[in-house]
Write a new protein. Structure first.
Length: 129
């Protein structure tokens, strides 16, 4: 059996506190964050919102705290339809993965801090830690 090497540069972690990824330019998509790494994140959004693969800016909003990180530059890595988990699902959903680009040292610090407090203790720091 051939084992494929993971192509990701950074390990992904599930986000445990309800957090929203909101595109603030290039697109109007927003939705709940599923998982993230220091390289990017994935989030679910309602199908019907325009599909765009243009680069844009994103904010991360945390329930009870408000905007946590602003103006993250991102590129779309992928965008796919989510199969309905229930025959009663009325709203078709999609999941999008984005890559972070050109992070400032402040944004990287904020991402590391966010991941330390919102991944159930699984993230202990970045490569520089």
């Amino acid at each position: 059996m051939k084992v494929e090497k993971c192509r990701r540069k950074h390990p992904r972690f599930q986000v445990v506190l309800t957090s929203i990824a909101a595109m603030t330019s290039g697109s109007s998509k927003s939705g709940e964050i599923c998982d993230m790494s220091l390289g990017g994140l994935s989030f679910n959004y309602m199908e019907g919102e325009e599909k765009s693969s243009r680069p844009g800016l994103m904010a991360i909003i945390v329930q009870g705290y408000g905007v946590y990180i602003e103006e993250l530059e991102v590129d779309t890595a992928w965008d796919s339809k989510i199969d309905a988990t229930s025959p009663y699902s009325l709203i078709p959903m999609r999941r999008m993965g984005v890559r972070f680009k050109n992070l400032t040292s402040r944004q990287r610090f904020q991402l590391e801090s966010f991941m330390r407090s919102n991944t159930g203790g699984k993230f202990n720091g970045g490569p520089s830690s």
